[in-house]
Design a protein around this ligand. Structure first.
Ligand SMILES: Nc1nc2c(ncn2[C@@H]2O[C@H](COP(=O)(O)OP(=O)(O)OP(=O)(O)O)[C@@H](O)[C@H]2O)c(=O)[nH]1
Length: 370
C-alpha cells in the first residue's frame, strides 16, 4: 500500500468549517435597591440572570450576540420612595441558549463549577441571583447581585458517534437510521456541527447517534475541525466508522485514498488524538456498495480488516497505528437506499450497546468540575 505523499498537506481554507460548542460571557445580576427606613419601605430586588433553553438556538448565535458586549446584566431594583413604598423589582435578564447546554461558573484557576444543564426546550434556570432589596433584615441596605464568569458548553452525549472522512455518507446514514434530518450535499464538510438523531426500536429502546463533522488527516493536530468535535467522540459509547468503498480524495491536489487506506488513516487519527478512544467498541460500515465494482472491493477490505496487523506492516511507519483494532462488526451497505438498507446495522448497534451496558458510564460530565 502506498501512503506517502503530502499527508499533512494544507487544507484549502474555504473548506474548513467552524462550529462553536463553547462560549463564555460575564453575567451580573441586578442589585437590590435601598429601602426607606423612615417609613419601613422595602427596596426592589435586583433582576436575576436566567438561562432559557430554546430549541433550534445555537451557541454560534449566542457567541455572536454576546462576544462584543462580553457582559450580560439584569436591571437593579427600584428604591423605596414615599410615593411607592415597595420599590419595583428589577427585570430579570433572560439569555437564550441551545438545548443540551451545560453552564459552568468559571473560577480564577481556570476550573469551573457546574451550575446547571438545560436539556428541555423552554427549561429555565437562574444562574446568578439578584440582590435582595433593602428591608429591616438588612438595615434597609440593598444587596449586591451575584456576578460571575459563565461558560456554556454544548454537551453532546450520544450513545453512538459516527466518524469518517468527509463525504463518506454519515449524514445520509443518520437520516436513514434515525429521526434526524441532517443536510446532505455532494461536497465535503456539509456537516459543520454535530447532528444528533434518535434511533427508535419496536421495543421502545432509544439510542442516540451523533454525526460528527468529517475527520481529516491531521485532525489530531486540530486540522479541519479537529479537537472541537473529537471531544464529543470521547463521550460516546460506540464508534461507528463510516468509509466510502471507493475511497476518499479531499481535492485534486490531495492524494487519492483507497477504502482500506482511509480506515488505517482514521484509526491513526483517533489514536493520535486519544489512544483510549479505541478501547471503545468500534463498528465499521463500508458505504456506497451500490457503486460499480464495489462488491469486490468490499470483500477484499473485509478480508484485510480481519488481518489489520498485516495491512499495518505495509504502511509507512509515520502513519502506522500502534494498536491493531478489532471491529465488533464489519458491514457493507448503501445508506442511500434508506431505512431497509440499515435494518441490520440498527440491530447490531442495539446488541453491541446491550453488551456494553454492564460497563461503567464514563461519558458523563463529572458533577461539579469541568
Ligand atoms: N452512491 C451512493 N452515494 C451515497 C451513499 N450515501 C451517501 N451518498 C452520497 O455521498 C455524498 C455525501 O453524503 P453525506 O451523507 O453528506 O456524507 P458525510 O459523511 O455526512 O459528509 P460530511 O458532512 O462532509 O462529513 C452525498 O452526495 C450522498 O448522496 C450511498 O450509499 N451510495
Amino acid at each position: 500500500m502506498r501512503l506517502s505523499g503530502a499527508l499533512y498537506k494544507k487544507i484549502r481554507r474555504y473548506m474548513v468549517g467552524k462550529f462553536i460548542d463553547s462560549a463564555k460571557v460575564r453575567v451580573r445580576a441586578g442589585n437590590g435597591a435601598d429601602g426607606l427606613a423612615k417609613f419601613g419601605g422595602v427596596g426592589g430586588r435586583g433582576g436575576d440572570i436566567v438561562l432559557e433553553a430554546t430549541a433550534g438556538d445555537t451557541l454560534d448565535a449566542f457567541y455572536k450576540r454576546w462576544k462584543k458586549k462580553g457582559l450580560a446584566s439584569a436591571r437593579n431594583g427600584d428604591p423605596s420612595q414615599v410615593k411607592r413604598i415597595f420599590g419595583h423589582d428589577g427585570e430579570p435578564k433572560v439569555l437564550s441558549v441551545p438545548v443540551g447546554v451545560a453552564a459552568y461558573a468559571r473560577n480564577d484557576l481556570g476550573g469551573g463549577v457546574l451550575l446547571a444543564e438545560l436539556n428541555e426546550n423552554r427549561e429555565r434556570v437562574v444562574v446568578a441571583r439578584g440582590g435582595a432589596g433593602g428591608s429591616p433584615e438588612n438595615d434597609f441596605k440593598g444587596q449586591k447581585g451575584e456576578s460571575l464568569h459563565l461558560q456554556l458548553d454544548l454537551k453532546l452525549i450520544a450513545d453512538v458517534g459516527l466518524v469518517g472522512f468527509p463525504n463518506a455518507g454519515k449524514s445520509t446514514l443518520l437520516k436513514a437510521i434515525s429521526n434526524a434530518r441532517p443536510k446532505v450535499a455532494d461536497y465535503p464538510f456539509t456537516t459543520v456541527r454535530p447532528e444528533v438523531g434518535i434511533i427508535e426500536y419496536p421495543d421502545l429502546t432509544k439510542v442516540s447517534m451523533a454525526d460528527l463533522p468529517g475527520l481529516l488527516e491531521g485532525a489530531h493536530i486540530n486540522r479541519g475541525m479537529g479537537h472541537s468535535f473529537l471531544r464529543h467522540i470521547e463521550r460516546t459509547k460506540l464508534l461507528l466508522m463510516v468509509t466510502d468503498v471507493t475511497g476518499f480524495r479531499l481535492s485534486p491536489q490531495h492524494p487519492m485514498r483507497s477504502c482500506i487506506e482511509t480506515i488505517v488513516l482514521l484509526i491513526r487519527e483517533l489514536e493520535l488524538y486519544d489512544p483510549t478512544l479505541l478501547s471503545k467498541p468500534v463498528m465499521l460500515v463500508i458505504n456506497k456498495l451500490d457503486q460499480p465494482g464495489s462488491a469486490e472491493i468490499f470483500e477484499e477490505v473485509k478480508a484485510q480488516v480481519a488481518k489489520l496487523e498485516e495491512v499495518f506492516e505495509e504502511v509507512p511507519e509515520e502513519v502506522r497505528p500502534s494498536n491493531v483494532l478489532q471491529f465488533q462488526h464489519v458491514l457493507g451497505m448503501s445508506a442511500k437506499d434508506g431505512p431497509a438498507a440499515v435494518k441490520e446495522l440498527k440491530k447490531l448497534i442495539k446488541n453491541v450497546l446491550r453488551e456494553q451496558i454492564m460497563l461503567p458510564n464514563e461519558d458523563d460530565y463529572e458533577q461539579g468540575t469541568v
